[in-house]
Design a protein around this ligand. Structure first.
Ligand code: FAD
Ligand code: PHB
Length: 394
């Protein structure tokens, strides 16, 4: 094929997982090509994660892309849980002996990664259509795609599937070679972004009789708010006015009274799902990030779990190319999954504790009430919550 590129690592997906891996590998002299189906503007237009664990920010620093994050990101020492109208502070720093999280949006992370790849002449190919990986169990796997109507090909040693939940990579593995574990929740999150001052300096996770709500932020002039909604609700059902009224009704009265409202600049509904694919490797295809696992956003673990996959994969690939040691690649799936399942447990647990479940039997509702009460009054329990929220070690 005329348009054939040869590289070491062919990466499918130009989201944060794929870009971070290609940047880290490049710094170690390992060549890669990233194939992204969408335009750069489209990828940057998606409003997603906002809270980064320390392990993630350390990896951004290792990748040499942390300058703006360290200047503009906000360190958060804690967050609030509002239970039926009362705020309870979770002192992350105090409970973990010094650990914190960083508020810096996924959009900004991705923008910084794109800029860094561009500055180093990295190969990120946008609008790569009909991407398909081939010969996954051979020593010479390859990827085909179409660009501007022309058929193209990437020959490589390894393929990394970093193409998100709906990508082609996981679907290219024979069904009898993987097991998928899934839990779908009977609600979604309606989120808005608005150019207003955040209602509170820290995040507020609010449980109320009307359902869950989250007050988050991107900066001191950009707020991100969510409310739990039924799965069949449509964005069109929710005018800005209805959203603000519902949010206020789920917050403590004194907080609601301070809420600054304004027009939304983005509004979308995300369904909530827990999902894991095992194993995360098939032959010379390695899955990373949302391509292999999804969490409900309640624990802010989606992007952070993607980062831990990249950490393991990056180190495994460096050991392979620099020292001829492939043990890290051989144990990648097992190592990554151990941490993935811990993030799954935490996200499922936070979701279960804070949301209204339609048709919940009275017994379950009673357990939910008492579980939160226990977590808020026991320092040992809060320490466990904090340890998971700031992120378990890689
Ligand atoms: P993605 O970001 O999905 O990137 C995959 C890329 O692959 C995309 O750019 C896609 O266009 C591309 N692609 C897909 N198919 C193909 C193909 N066939 N060929 C080529 N390219 C392809 N996490 C949190 O921690 N906190 C949050 O608040 C939070 N909110 C979220 C809200 C929403 C609506 C969603 C969808 C996710 C949210 N997440 C959140 C999860 C977090 O955004 C993801 O975990 C993170 O984006 C994973 O990064 P990734 O690079 O693995 O996948
Ligand atoms: C966000 O700011 O979008 C956000 C923050 C924390 C979460 C989920 C989403 O748990």
């Amino acid at each position: 094929m005329a348009n054939t590129i040869k590289t070491k690592v062919g990466i499918i997906g130009g989201g944060p997982s794929g870009l971070l891996l290609s940047q880290l590998l490049d710094l170690k002299g390992i060549d890669s090509v990233v194939l992204e189906r969408r335009t750069r503007d489209y990828v940057l237009g998606r409003i997603r994660a906002g809270v980064l664990e320390q392990g993630f920010t350390d990896l951004m620093r290792e990748a040499g892309v942390a300058e703006r994050m360290d200047a503009e990101g906000e360190i958060h020492n804690g967050f609030e849980i509002s239970d039926m109208g009362r705020l309870h502070h979770i002192d992350l720093k105090g409970l973990t002996g010094g650990d914190t999280v960083m508020v810096y949006g996924q959009t900004e992370v991705t923008r910084d990664l794109y800029d860094a790849r561009e500055a180093r002449g990295g190969k990120v190919i946008h609008e790569a259509m009909d991407v398909q990986p081939h010969d996954l169990t051979s020593d010479a796997p390859y990827i085909t795609y179409t660009r501007d109507g022309e058929k193209c090909r990437v020959d490589c040693d390894f393929i990394v599937g970093a193409d998100g939940f709906h990508g082609v990579s996981r679907k290219s593995i024979p069904e009898d070679q993987i097991t998928e574990y899934e839990k779908v929740y009977p609600f979604g999150w309606l989120g808005i972004l608005s150019e207003t001052k955040p209602v509170h300096p820290e995040l507020i996770y609010a449980r109320s009789e009307r359902g869950f709500a989250l007050c988050s932020l991107r900066s001191q002039v950009l707020s991100r708010y969510y409310v739990q909604v039924p799965l069949d609700d449509k964005v069109e059902d929710w005018s800005d006015e209805r959203f603000w009224d519902e949010l206020k009704a789920r917050l403590p009265e004194d907080v609601a009274a301070k809420l600054e409202t304004g027009p939304s600049i983005e509004k979308s509904i995300a369904p909530l799902r827990s999902f894991v694919c095992e194993p995360m490797r098939y032959g010379n295809l390695f899955l990373a990030g949302d391509a292999a696992h999804i969490v409900p956003p309640t624990g802010a673990k989606g992007l952070n779990s993607a980062a831990s996959d990249i950490y393991y994969l990056y180190h495994a690939m460096v050991a392979h190319y620099d020292e001829g040691d492939s043990t890290g690649l051989d144990s990648y799936s097992e190592t990554a999954l151990r941490r993935v399942w811990k993030a799954q447990r935490f996200s499922w647990w936070m979701t279960s504790m804070l949301h209204n479940f339609p048709d919940n039997p009275d017994f379950d509702r009673k357990i939910q009430n008492i579980e939160l009460e226990y977590f808020l009054e026991s320092e040992a329990a809060r320490a466990s919550l904090a340890e998971n929220y700031v992120g378990l070690p890689f």
